[in-house]
Design a protein around this ligand. Sequence first.
Ligand code: DC
Length: 222
Amino acid sequence: MIIAIDGPSGAGKSTLGKMLAKELNLLYLDTGAMYRSVALAVLLEEVSARDHEEIAEIAVDSEIKLDGKPDKLRVRLNGENVTDDIRTNEVSQIASIVSTIPAVRKELVRRQRELGKASKTGAVLDGRDIGTVVFPKADVKFYLTATAEARAKRRHEEDKAKGIKTKLEKTLGEIIRRDERDANRKHSPLQKADDAIEIDTSEMNLEQVFERMLAEIEKKTP
Ligand code: DC
């Protein structure tokens, strides 16, 4: 079984994807972590974000491994544990630029399909183009949304819990900028698949969204 979860950043895709994978014993694939890993490699190699050819080469040459159980995921880039390093603001901004490059997308989409198909029980993938490009025939497709304000507030709370001091307005500005870039890029922009189930999570708590998603999965895969 393949479950696709798409939507803008901060809508709850990864938390819910992990919860579903655990509940249904499926592989969880955080495709954003792959774009982030390429972005980190670009930063480490001090390549300009404008040098698309060099970045495409970095994407092809980088070994990216996502392993561990859904609630204890580890991301490795060329053998190094980069689980935390790929979550900085700087990496977020570069990841959103790197993900506009067609050759980078081609390489990562190929890997995502391979990993998803290799899992015997199936997989939950979260990203922006899972239901439209990576697995257009996924068994169940979700499109999670929330207002930019609700997403900024959640991100702000998460940062606070981690002891990171941020300004809510700044977080909101970053979210709006990333949304714009993800939705307006030429190749595989963030887009709801026609047959995706859209859930606006702005006014829902995690448990409510989780129950709703499980009910939809049961309906589609009796
Ligand atoms: O989900 P995230 O914030 O970790 O994603 C990081 C960046 O990668 C984000 O700018 C969107 C991009 N991305 C993408 O273009 N396609 C995907 N399938 C996943 C992420």
